[in-house]
Design a protein around this ligand. Sequence first.
Ligand code: NAD
Length: 246
Amino acid sequence: MIFELKGKTAVITGAAKGIGRAIAIALAKKGCNIVLNYRSAVKDELVKEIEDLGVKCVAVKADVSNFEEAENIIKTAKAETGSVDILVNNAGITRDGLLMRMSEKDFDDVINTNLKGAFNMVRHASSVMLKQKSGTIINISSVVGLIGNAGQANYASSKAGVIGLTKSAARELASRGITVNAVAPGFITTDMTDVLTEEQHKRMLENIPLKKAGSPEDVAEAVVFLAENRYITGQVLNVDGGMVMS
Ligand code: NAD
């Protein structure tokens, strides 16, 4: 059965650009009021584009790795729209480097944003969802959290951690009608992958059975699917052109 999203509130972290932006637009097209979190700047055009879809759009500046700032995103969502029905933990960073050369800071920064940031948001959103006795949480992980990647020990650890967080939260929150899932993108064209050299790009495509990179919209469609289905929980949905098959 498709769960009706019209009029629900969706909170999306790191939504100023890339995959987060596409998720915000896709959920707005389904009639959700959107609470956009951004870290440094959000373009007024994006807020307008979402409002033009006939829904409310609230932009909240916050660093998700900070417990209090994360709480403020949820408090603002509740105050401005009355509920928190969908949380998409999308904010993420990379600080790539081989293990032997990786600094403690680069490890900590990635874990703090990608994993602790997701925990902070789940922690605050779930207290609202528990009272509502409904809600869904979708965490953006990565296929490298499943298979690892040379040069990304920090990032792969954070994304594997996000899967553990997803499954634990799914078990804890299920009795209150709250579902928790992860989406694991493969190689998606955004600023995050723009830094790859042509050679790295070519090598990535060799490992993708569908022989092309995905778009932010491909990931957004998977998020909408999970938001509309309330009998799937604790799962990881790969959006990767077949890169990882389990
Ligand atoms: P992106 O760099 O375009 O977007 C990431 C967003 O997160 C940015 O808007 C950034 O400002 C925000 N952000 C970073 N740190 C933050 C913080 N502390 N607080 C709040 N916001 C913060 O990258 P993207 O490709 O759109 O990535 C989105 C998500 O998808 C990330 O979690 C990323 O790890 C994941 N992912 C991307 C790919 C890919 O191929 N692009 C693959 C797998 C997973």
